[in-house]
Design a protein. Structure first.
Length: 176
């Protein structure tokens, strides 16, 4: 289960790729068969599963576009195979009570909390890691309603970077 670069050849181990596809398919079933968006209709709640081409592009970027000596930190690279975004009116992740709850939860469970605000993007991200390192993390983004428009613009700019990834590994061939 590794991704290797050998003289410009980008390769994903077939078993690993099959595992990713199978896992993403199971996540799709969870997203399709839940009622969270309807149960919590007071919030703007969205769920999505990262698409296979996005997974491959992200692996390529981490393999060839970052200076990591050919190694990929999978928990960081594939930290959002399942992404959940919730927008809450007047949410303030800097409140002391919210920080205390996050601290308490992170001590009891394998959950990471972080203020992921950068530039115009304002959000708080939670990463759920499961019982062991055998699980891929899931990402929860918490946005405040007033930040939705700027966050969408910021996200679109970030997604545009993906279209430039090809230039990072344009001399690489793909073997999946």
């Amino acid at each position: 289960t590794e991704v290797v670069e050998n003289k410009g050849l980008f390769t994903i181990d077939n078993d690993f790729y099959s595992l990713l596809q199978n896992y993403a398919g199971k996540l799709e079933n969870i997203v399709i068969n839940n009622d969270l968006e309807y149960i919590y209709n007071d919030f703007d709640l969205r769920l999505r599963v990262k698409q296979p081409d996005s997974i491959v592009n992200k692996l390529k970027f981490y393999q060839l576009g970052k200076k990591m000596d050919g190694k990929i930190a999978l928990k960081k690279c594939l930290n959002d195979l399942l992404g959940i975004r919730i927008t809450i009116e007047s949410f303030d992740h800097n409140k002391e009570c919210f920080k205390s709850i996050c601290e308490l939860l992170s001590k009891q469970y394998r959950i990471n909390f972080m203020d992921s605000s950068k530039g115009e993007y304002k959000a708080f991200h939670c990463y759920f890691y499961g019982e062991s390192n055998k699980f891929f993390p899931w990402e929860l983004q918490i946005w405040e309603t007033k930040d939705v428009a700027t966050n969408h613009r910021s996200h679109e700019l970030h997604k545009q970077e993906y279209t430039n990834w090809a230039s990072i590994y344009k001399n690489s061939t793909e073997n999946v």
